[in-house]
Ligand binder design. Sequence first.
Ligand SMILES: Nc1ncnc2c1ncn2[C@@H]1O[C@H](COP(=O)(O)OP(=O)(O)OP(=O)(O)O)[C@@H](O)[C@H]1O
Ligand SMILES: O=P(O)(O)OC[C@H]1O[C@H](OP(=O)(O)OP(=O)(O)O)[C@H](O)[C@@H]1O
Ligand SMILES: O=C(O)c1cccnc1
Length: 497
Amino acid sequence: MKTQFPDDGLVLHTDAYQLTMMQTYFQEGIHERQAVFELYFRDLPFKNGYAIFAGLEHVLEFVEDLHFSKSDIEYMRSEPMFADDFVDYLEQWHFKATIRAPHEGEVVFNNEPILQVEGSIFDAQIIETPLLNIINYQTLIATKASRIRSVVGNQPLLEFGTRRAQEMDAALWGTRAAFIGGFDATSNVRAGKLFGIPISGTHAHSLVQIYRNDYEAFKAYAETHRDCVFLVDTYDTLASGVPSAIRVAKEMGDKINFLGVRIDSGDMAYLSKGVRKLLDEAGFEDAKIYASNDLDEETITSLKLQGAKIDVWGVGTKLITAFDQPALGAVYKVVSVEDENGQMVDTIKISGSAVKISTPGKKQVWRITRNTDSKSQGDYVALWDENPQKEEQLYMFHPQYTYLNKTITDFTARPILETMVVDGKVVYDLPDVQAVQAYSAQRLEHLWSEYRRGLNPQEYPVDLSKEAWDNKMKLINDVRDYVSNLKKDDDQKHGQF
Ligand SMILES: Nc1ncnc2c1ncn2[C@@H]1O[C@H](COP(=O)(O)OP(=O)(O)OP(=O)(O)O)[C@@H](O)[C@H]1O
Ligand SMILES: O=P(O)(O)OC[C@H]1O[C@H](OP(=O)(O)OP(=O)(O)O)[C@H](O)[C@@H]1O
Ligand SMILES: O=C(O)c1cccnc1
C-alpha cells in the first residue's frame, strides 16, 4: 500500500452505494428512523442439507466501537461524491444498533434469518456489505469443512489451505471456520496463536530436494525434531521414500516419535496399501499414513471405498476456496421500517421468481423438536411477537407448497436468534473456538441423518407461521394493487393523447 494510515479502521470496508444512500437519508432527515434488516441465503451450499453458521466472532469484533477515524473523514471530504454536512455527521457517528444471531456453529438453513439488525436506518444499512462479506465466506467454509468431516469419521483432519486461500484474511478466518466445521488442527501458525487452534504439520518436498536424498533429509529432520512425519513421495514412494523413513526410524529409535509418513501424489489407494505393508513388515504398525493432494469429501469417500490405508487427512485448496461452490449468496434485506408517523411498517421486495420474494416483518426462527426423540422436526419462522412455546400444537406448512403440512404436538420450540449486541455494545460472552466446535457437533446430533447425508439429502422443513405467511401474502397483494393502479394511471394518461 502506498500510504499507511495509523488510525485506519474498517468502517469504509463497504460499498460506496451504502454511503450514498446514507447521504440521501441524512439530507432527507430520515436516517434516524428505525429499521429491521435480516440476513439469509436462499440455497444451501454444495447441495448440502444444512449449513454451519460461522463468522459471528468477526462480526462482533467489527461492530464494536465502529466509527469513522480522522483519516476516514479526511478521505470522505476529499471525495466529491459526499456532501460536507453529511461528512460532519459521520465525524460524530458511532454504531448503536442491536444485532441478533444464532450461536456460532449453529446448524442453519436456507430462507430463514441467520442474523438480524435493528436500529436506525443508517446503522442497519451501513454494515450490510461487511456482514455479508464475513458471514457468506465463513459459513461457506464451515459447511464445506462439516461435509469433509462427515466422510472422514473420527480420523484426524488437518487444515492445509493457507497458501491457496483468497489472500491472508481468508486464510485466517477460513481456518477458524474449518475448525468450527470439525477440523482438528491447522498448519497456519497465526491461527494457532490468535484463536488457540492446535497447529500441526509435516515437512515439504523442499526439505528432501535440499538434501537431494530422502534418507539424508529425514535423518536431518529427525536429529532436530522429536515428532516426525516424513514426506515420502519426492522421488519414489515405495522404492526410496518409505525405505528411507523406516531406516531413519530404526536408527533413531526412542530418540524420536516416528508418527508416520505422508503421501502427496500418485494413486493414493494403491500407494497407501504398499506403504502400509512396508511399515507393518518393518514393525511400525502404529505409524500413520498421512495423505494430501487436492482432497475433498468426494476424493476421500472414493479413497475409503477403494480401501486406501490412510489414517490422517490433510485438506487445503478445495476446502479454503470452497472449490465446488465459491460463494454462498446470502443477502441482507430490510423487512420493517418506521414510517412518518413513528409506526413500524413491514416491507417486501417482489420478484418474478418466488424464492426471491423477501419475507416481510421482523422475525424469529424457532427450532421445533419433538420431545419424544429430541430430533429437529423443522424450523418455524414466525413474526417477532408470536410465541410458539405457548402453543399446545403447531401447524407447520411449506411456504410455497402449502399442501405439504403437518401438525406437531408435544414439542419444544427453541429460539435461534439471540441478542448479541445492544446499542452497539457486545453483550455476549464469546466462547472459545473449541466450545464453538463442540456446540456445532452437538447441534448436528439433533438432525436426522436424512438431512445430514452429503449426497441428495432430504429437504429440511423451514416453514413460515400462518401469521408470517398471511402478512407476506397481504404485502404481495398490496404491491400488486399499487402496480396495477400505476398501470391504470398510465393507460389513462396515454388515452388522453
Ligand atoms: N486412488 C484414487 N482414487 C481417486 N482419486 C485419487 C486417487 N489417488 C489420487 N487421487 C486424486 O486424484 C487427483 C489427481 O492426482 P494425480 O495422481 O493425477 O496427480 P498428482 O499425483 O497430483 O500428480 P503430480 O505427480 O503431478 O503431483 C488428486 O485430487 C488426488 O487426491
Ligand atoms: O492439496 P491441498 O489440499 O491444497 O493441500 C495442501 C498442499 O500444499 C502442499 O503442496 P504444494 O503447495 O507444495 O504443491 P503441490 O500441490 O504441487 O504438492 C501439500 O503438499 C499439499 O499438496
Ligand atoms: O504440514 C504439512 O504437511 C503441510 C502444510 C501446508 C500445506 N501442505 C502440507
